[in-house]
Design a protein around this ligand. Structure first.
Ligand SMILES: C[S@@+](CC[C@H](N)C(=O)[O-])C[C@H]1O[C@@H](n2cnc3c(N)ncnc32)[C@H](O)[C@@H]1O
Length: 325
């Protein structure tokens, strides 16, 4: 099997990081994650990214709320970039800026980062895994906070190409993307210093198994950062919604944050603590020029925005940090 040039930095990074046991699986995982038979839009996304012009890079900003690249851009290249980046829409996670183009994404993902960043162990020099990391927005912020190696895994091929669109402009900042789900991470890896799972647990049918999988990816002494939808209540409180929650299918378990702390200790984590808990504001998730479909305002009861359209408590999120002993 020939190795696509674009994948070479990923292979090199895996070798450098001593992830040989995973390396052998990469060709097969990349082929499956980017299978054109499974995802009909893939060729158009790939073409769009390959046609992005090469522009002179004058500065990269990974520590600011908007992940930005300063480039020299004339009117023609601005129009060209704008059109090509729109082929990859909807853009959900961000915001980003490339030269004069600001990608105002559905989510203000920077707000989530602001809520959790003050509570993290120093990321400088760390090896980090972001499970279900979307198009990599938080991955760039992790690199901005000093992480040495960041691996974003997410099974969405659209997010893979959005990541590569940004990487085209940002360059190699030690952030890599593998289009796989958590279930494809080799068991018992124990390789990462910090592991993030944000916005994933409620999509898992088996949340305790998800926590165990995360535990397995961490080295002893490593840190888990877990962010998920929660409900209010004591450690026995868990909501299992019907077919849809806030119009989303595949939502299984919304525990209280006390229940999550209990689950984490059952799985073997230590020192689990809630560092943030907040309702999701309409300004944090909304339709924009780059995500023109329905968004949070359409998923809440117009008469009572403390409820979803299905009558459940409106989205509330907690960030929990815990250590593997
Ligand atoms: C709600 S988004 C959260 C994105 C980002 N982590 C954030 O907090 O903004 C959930 C992400 O999980 C990804 N996902 C779905 N199934 C997954 C799995 N089995 N393993 C890892 N990620 C998964 C989805 O593709 C999606 O990008």
């Amino acid at each position: 099997m020939s190795i696509d040039d674009r994948h070479l930095p990923l292979y090199h990074a895996f070798l450098e990081q001593g992830l040989e046991s995973w390396l052998a699986r990469l060709p097969e995982q990349l082929a499956r994650g980017l299978d054109r038979q499974r995802f009909g839009d893939l060729p158009a996304w790939e073409r769009a990214v390959k046609r992005l012009p090469t522009l002179e890079r004058q500065g990269v900003h990974l520590t600011q709320d908007t992940v930005s690249v300063d480039v020299v851009m004339d009117d023609a290249s601005r129009r060209q970039c704008d059109n090509l980046l729109k082929i990859l829409a909807p853009w959900r996670k961000g915001p980003y800026r490339i030269g004069e183009i600001t990608i105002d994404t559905e989510w203000r993902s920077d707000w989530k980062w602001q809520r959790l960043a003050p509570h993290l162990s120093d990321l400088r020099g760390r090896r980090v895994l972001d499970v279900g990391g979307g198009n990599g927005y938080h991955g760039w912020r992790m690199a901005g906070a000093g992480a040495d190696f960041v691996l974003v895994i997410d099974p969405s091929p659209r997010f893979y190409w959005q990541f590569h669109a940004m990487r085209h402009f940002i360059g190699d900042a030690g952030v890599h993307f593998l289009p796989v789900g958590i279930e494809e991470v080799p068991p018992g890896l124990a390789a990462f210093d910090t592991v993030f799972s944000m916005g994933v647990l409620y999509h898992r049918r088996s949340p305790i198994d998800h926590l165990r999988e995360l535990y397995d990816t961490l080295r002893p002494g490593g840190e888990l950062v877990l962010e998920t939808l929660v409900v209010e209540g004591d450690e026995h409180q868990v909501l299992v919604p019907g077919e849809r929650y806030a119009q989303m299918p595949n939502v299984w378990f919304l525990p209280s944050s006390s229940a999550l702390i209990h689950w984490l200790s059952r799985v073997g984590f230590q020192n689990a603590r809630v560092v943030d808990e907040a309702d999701t504001l309409l300004e944090e998730q909304r339709a924009t020029e780059w995500m023109t479909f329905q968004s949070l305002a359409d998923f809440l009861d117009p008469e009572d925005t403390s409820r979803t359209v299905e009558g459940y408590p409106a989205p509330r999120r907690a960030v929990i940090i815990a250590q593997k002993p």
